[in-house]
Design a protein around this ligand. Structure first.
Ligand SMILES: CC(C)(COP(=O)(O)OP(=O)(O)OC[C@H]1O[C@@H](n2cnc3c(N)ncnc32)[C@H](O)[C@@H]1OP(=O)(O)O)[C@@H](O)C(=O)NCCC(=O)NCCS
Length: 252
């Protein structure tokens, strides 16, 4: 029997859709034409108890049926007492929120856009994405702990935020050495470059840029910095950033 790691299970889970058509089972792989056609029909699933899906409209929370489709989002609950709170103004694209856990919460604030994959495989986790934040393609995988993303962030393609699924032990005492010591925190107006990876305990202050393919493994304290490399370090200070292309920005 082939053993899959939790990361592989998450990848397989999000990267294809099983669809039954007149008794014929079709497996549509992400990126294929079939996947794009079938995605809007992917049904939310609830295999637990007391799971809640809450839509916020003009600040008022309203609980809706879990099988009610939210455009661009597939939600799966496999555990109890989990809550997804999402503002109606969000515009998600092929996003998947997977609760393989109990007593956990995902909160998506106003005008969050783009493609977000959030998978929780431990109890008592929380994920919050702040107002107006955008992701081209971000996967957040939590086994424990929590993540908080601030407002106005811009996450590029292939961003991975992932906590440890297995234990690192002291060889003599068997004491666990890799418990998280801090929640993952990303401040306001942070730009994560393509292929950025964040591990447990990663913290990024307001107005920072994370360079392409960087790996953030710890807490940074100074805002307005470019942080880059693997492991990442501060490479530039006193910066900020804006959406337009550099040439357009200079000419405007
Ligand atoms: C972070 C970034 C914006 C910085 O650009 P910049 O301000 O022009 O910075 P510089 O090129 O002057 O680099 C400053 C230093 O950081 C280093 N550096 C920059 N990006 C790095 C990276 N990803 N990893 C390691 N070091 C990096 C440079 O080598 C340079 O080092 P030095 O001072 O020793 O010479 C750019 O490097 C980057 O990664 N852009 C993201 C691109 C991307 O993901 N685009 C997708 C669309 S959102």
């Amino acid at each position: 029997m082939k053993l899959f790691s939790i990361t592989e299970i998450f990848r397989l889970w999000t990267s294809h859709i099983n669809f039954s058509f007149f008794g014929l089972r079709i497996k549509a792989q992400e990126g294929s034409l079939f996947y794009s056609i079938l995605y809007p029909f992917k049904q939310n699933s609830d295999k637990g108890k007391n799971n809640r899906l809450i839509i916020v409209e003009n600040g008022i929370e309203k609980q809706i049926r879990i099988n009610k489709k939210i455009k661009g989002l597939y939600v799966s609950f496999d555990g109890n007492n989990n809550t997804l709170i999402i503002d109606k103004s969000c515009r998600l694209v092929k996003s998947n929120f997977i609760f393989n856990c109990s007593n956990s919460t995902i909160k998506i604030e106003k005008k969050v856009n783009g493609k977000w994959q959030i998978a929780m495989y431990g109890n008592n986790c929380s994920a919050a994405i702040g107002e107006n934040s955008f992701s081209a393609d971000t996967s957040i995988f939590l086994v424990d702990n929590s993540i908080e993303v601030g407002k106005d962030c811009m996450f590029s393609n292939n961003v991975r935020i992932i906590t440890d699924a297995h234990s690192v032990l002291d060889n003599n005492t068997k004491e666990v050495l890799n418990l998280p010591t801090k929640p993952i925190k990303i401040g306001n107006h942070v730009w994560l470059g393509e292929r950025t990876t964040l591990t447990k305990n990663a913290q990024i202050p307001d107005d920072c840029i994370i360079g392409i393919a960087s790996v953030i493994t710890k807490s940074f304290n100074e805002g307005h910095c470019v942080i880059a490399g693997s492991p990442a370090r501060v490479v530039k200070q006193n910066i900020t950033w804006d959406w337009p292309h550099p040439t357009d920005y200079r000419n405007s």
